[in-house]
Design a binder for this molecule. Structure first.
Ligand code: PLP
Length: 435
């Protein structure tokens, strides 16, 4: 445990490595990094200590006081040191008041909806979402009488019209997976706040942003006024593609309900997955993202000038339609512009079928021949990954729905890794040449 007496305020980027300088969560004063805390249950010295542990669990009564002494650990599903330290550091990374981790990004998405909605409540969601979130909202939540209304969050009037007395949640991603369209976080938060003036605390509309595409290094939605951030730790935060995880970051009052939800629904992050994210993922986030972004910019510019590609959507391009919004909400901790490591491009072609054919040819050639680009879902990896959303990540939508929601049959998602940019471009060039 680092113990720093200095009052100097260190940058948030440095805090990705150290977290809180002192944590009561684990005594590792002789370790440089926290040890893997792999223990499903914890020894109690007396029944009194056991009883105290249960009384203290998820009982912060709205007061998020970080305890001055070590918490009483009971059982991994309730809490354990690796996850608890990771949660402290993720709250710092997202500049939120508290964080609770889950087994996967989808477990975190389910948890934030589970905690904020009940039967007869309504979610207003942006018309385009990650495929599994879309499927959760379309196929599962309605079974619990949670209704989802789909609107275009860039259409302020449509968003206002979708609100009813039952609305509990605004849910969106920005950049949107996979199209890279942006949504103005401040504007959506302001609409919710305007409606909340007349609502009782139980009827408030909460705003939730899935920040997986950006990672907290490139964008912190809570700073722009939303209540909750959810994200997959599997992607950019883990970074190396070895572990799955998810997190909800939110206001301090949500800490206890989220812990209780996780205890009973059970989607807990394994300590052996929390550890690499804590020790490798988060501390290397800034350096990975900075490098991947620089390469992404060059690759996006290369693709934009290729004749067989119809459009390239990357927030760092001058041609990006929402460039000024990108500049104002996608920023690193020091305020520099951070357009991320992901892009979406669509093949040139007169008909959807022609564009689809070209996308298949390109991606299949890459899958078979490229050294630096791998055909695989997931993103934010140190290896460059390519995929075809229409047939893969977003296949839970019908072709008609895909077109309506902005996914072209010839659309391709590219997630830039740490390879040298000229090598990625070489592999792309070879694939484009054989079209
Ligand atoms: C991958 C992803 C998720 C789900 O995360 P898992 O860890 O795979 O469960 C949610 N949202 C977005 C935007 C994603 O890309």
């Amino acid at each position: 445990m680092k113990s720093k007496k200095s009052k100097h305020s260190y940058s948030a980027e440095t805090q990705l490595i150290y977290g809180r300088s002192q944590t009561p969560k684990w005594d590792y004063s002789h370790h440089l990094v926290p040890p893997v805390s792999s223990s499903s249950t914890f020894r109690m010295a007396t029944t009194k200590r056991g009883a105290k542990g249960f009384v203290e669990f998820a009982h912060h009564a709205g007061e998020f006081v970080v305890p001055s002494k070590a918490p009483i650990y009971i059982y991994d599903r309730l809490g354990e040191p690796n996850k608890d330290i990771l949660e402290e550091n993720l709250a710092v990374a997202e500049q939120g008041e508290c964080a609770v981790t889950f087994a996967t990004g989808m477990a975190a998405v389910s948890a934030v909806c589970g905690v904020l909605t009940g039967s007869e409540s309504e979610i207003v969601a942006h018309k385009m979402l990650y495929g599994c979130t879309y499927s959760l909202f379309k196929n599962w939540l309605p079974r619990y009488r949670v209704r989802v209304r789909w609107v275009d969050f860039n259409d302020e009037h449509a968003l206002n019209r979708a609100i009813t007395p039952h609305t509990r949640l605004f849910y969106f991603e920005t950049p949107v997976n996979p199209t890279m369209e942006l949504i103005d976080i401040r504007r959506v938060a302001a609409i919710a706040q305007r409606h909340n003036v007349h609502r009782s605390p139980q009827n408030k509309i909460y705003t939730v942003v899935d920040n997986t595409f950006s990672t907290p290094f490139c964008q912190r939605p809570i700073e722009h006024g939303v209540d909750f951030v959810v994200e997959s730790l599997t992607k950019g935060l883990c970074g190396f593609g070895t572990d799955m995880g998810g997190v909800v970051v939110g206001p301090r009052w949500s800490y206890d309900p989220l812990l209780l939800y996780r205890k009973d629904f059970g989607g807990v992050l394994g300590s052996k997955s929390a550890w690499p994210i804590l020790v490798y993922g988060l501390p290397s986030l800034a350096v990975r993202m900075r490098q991947q972004m620089q390469t992404a910019q060059t690759v996006a510019e290369f693709l934009r000038h290729d004749k067989s590609i119809g459009s390239v959507s990357y927030p760092g391009l001058e041609s990006f339609p929402q460039r000024s919004l990108a500049r104002s909400q996608m920023q690193s901790y020091d305020g520099s512009f951070t357009p991320g490591s992901l892009m979406y491009f669509a093949m040139e072609g007169r008909t959807p079928a022609e564009r689809k054919r070209k996308a298949d040819r390109l991606v299949n050639y890459i899958a078979k021949n490229s050294y630096t680009i791998t055909l695989a879902v997931s993103l934010g990896n140190i290896r460059t990954l390519i995929e075809h959303p229409a047939s893969m990540t977003h296949s839970s939508m019908t072709a008609v729905e895909q077109l309506k929601r902005g996914i072209d049959p010839g659309g391709i998602r590219l997630s830039i890794g740490l390879e040298k940019e000229e090598d990625i471009i070489w592999d792309l060039q070879l694939a484009l040449k054989q079209l």
